[in-house]
Design a protein around this ligand. Structure first.
Ligand code: DOR
Length: 465
């Protein structure tokens, strides 16, 4: 991070929610030289500040640590027509995310220390927010032999994942967990059993039946999680369940937690808020959203959208903390990748810019999760999963001396999703035309304003990891 010419920023009078300090109060915050200088509650007296202090009146707003995304696809190298580090991190800044972990299912996949370093270099040149590369678990994500996990970790990989596919081979997964134990880094597993999925593109249920889509049962997910938990109990290490989407996953996680196993999990905004009825056009009548297209290819995602029972279990698990983090699985694709039929469309949703508004509208406004808990799952929850990497970056919420990664949120402001306004090159959103209530208005990384809603501006290259 550069720290010159950042000056001071005073954010005053907002409702400050900081999970690191268990704080939820009206407070003022001063950012100075890239760090949080102080957070003050209960006084209207603000000490003398340098004349050039940038002041933000946050009355009526919510002020929190910047969000941390454990799972996003920046598509570099090799798929720059879908996204780049520059466009993806500008999208992240608009979404309130100040640190993003970049998935390695690129072309080539990030399976060598040199490639990890190249992501850091790309981020230093073009990123608006902090980028933490994720290294693959197996060489080339091919599932045949382990990648050099030690080398990837030494180069700065924050996690390991073959996202897009599960590590299906038991022996390989066992060896990966042994390495994970040695290195103290988590394996983020894409839990879909290839033998169960076959050519499925949807969740087994009414919607898939009505549309005649090949579908697979929720066992695709639980088979892998169950196997991984057994291996974890044998070997130790750190397992992180990526994009959990089923009641079975929640049950397994709850049981494993009870037995004290070192497992964490994330859930995506779309799995928390949309059911497979959306494939039939029923997008969110309870929020007043208009019907969507039937079999809209923007709903084609892995794992697939599931039934209400699954969605409810995920929301409960998130609220209870059985699921630690919300991760966007921001998966931008080109219009061409999403053209044609549902079954042929590339899986994934461009979701980093809609995450906060969607979660506020569908979960907080409806009373299903309290705002402080939501903020915890977007900040401290994910920080714990990446552990050392978060510590090294100084991601310690709004405590004095922490990196000044801060967002200002307007909890009441309504806006309509228009993908043409996305910074992301991926316009593949199932929320086109939906009104969301809850908006990110300012994003700071290391004390530098990288996004302000009014100005629609982003300081390119302001944040260097
Ligand atoms: O829907 C998905 N898209 N799920 C994944 O696991 C991979 C991702 C992608 O890379 O597009």
């Amino acid at each position: 991070m550069t720290s010159s010419s950042q000056g001071s920023v005073l954010i005053s009078g907002g409702r400050v929610i900081d999970p690191w300090q268990n704080l939820d109060a009206i407070a003022d915050i001063l950012l100075r030289d890239g760090r949080v200088a102080w957070t003050r509650t209960g006084t209207n007296v603000i000490p003398d500040l340098p004349a050039d202090t940038h002041r933000i009146d946050a009355a009526g707003m919510v002020v929190t640590p910047g969000f941390i995304d454990l799972h996003c696809h920046l598509r570099e190298p090799g798929q720059e027509h879908k996204e780049t580090i520059e466009s993806g991190t500008r999208a992240a800044a608009r979404g309130g995310f100040t640190t993003v972990c970049a998935m390695p299912n690129t072309e080539p996949s990030i399976d060598t220390p040199e490639l990890v370093k190249s992501i850091f270099r790309g981020a230093a040149a073009t990123a608006s927010v902090r980028v933490l590369p994720i290294g693959t678990i197996t060489a080339g994500r091919a599932g045949r032999e382990l990648a050099d996990l030690g080398g990837l970790a030494a180069a700065g990989a924050a996690l390991f994942s073959d996202d897009g596919s599960a590590v299906a081979n038991d022996d390989l997964m066992r060896s990966a967990l042994v390495e994970s134990a040695r290195l103290g880094l988590s394996l983020s597993q894409h839990s879909e059993d290839p033998d169960v999925i076959g050519n499925a593109v949807a969740h087994e249920g009414e919607a898939a039946k009505e549309l005649g889509l090949p579908s697979a049962s929720a066992e695709a997910e639980t088979n892998i999680i169950e196997r991984d938990l057994k291996l974890l109990a044998e070997t130790g290490g750190r397992l992180h369940v990526a994009h959990a989407s089923t009641t079975g996953a929640v049950d397994l996680l709850r049981g494993a937690r009870g037995r004290g196993l070192p497992v964490t999990a994330e859930v995506t905004p779309h799995h928390l808020t949309l059911t497979d009825r959306a494939l039939l056009g029923e997008r969110g009548p309870e929020h007043g959203w208009p019907n969507g297209r039937v079999a809209d290819t923007s709903l084609r995602v892995n794992p697939p959208l599931r039934s209400e029972e699954h969605v409810n279990a995920l929301v409960d698990a998130l609220r209870e903390g059985v699921i630690d983090a919300i991760a966007t699985d921001h998966a931008p694709h080109s219009a061409q990748d999403k053209a044609g039929g549902f079954a042929g469309a590339a899986p994934g949703i461009s979701g980093i810019e809609t995450a906060f508004g969607l979660l506020m509208t569908a979960l907080v406004r409806t009373g299903r999760i309290a705002l402080p808990a939501l903020i915890e799952r977007l900040t401290l929850g994910p920080a714990k999963v990446i552990g050392t990497a978060a510590d090294t970056l100084g991601l310690r919420g709004l405590t004095p001396g922490a990196a000044a990664d801060v967002v200002v949120l307007d909890p009441d402001r309504s806006w309509t999703v228009r993908s043409e306004e996305f910074a992301s090159l991926g316009k593949n959103t199932p929320l086109e035309g939906c009104e969301l209530r809850g908006m990110v208005t300012h994003t700071f990384v290391g004390g530098v304003q990288v996004y302000a809603a009014e100005e629609q501006s982003v300081a390119h290259g302001a944040a260097r990891s």
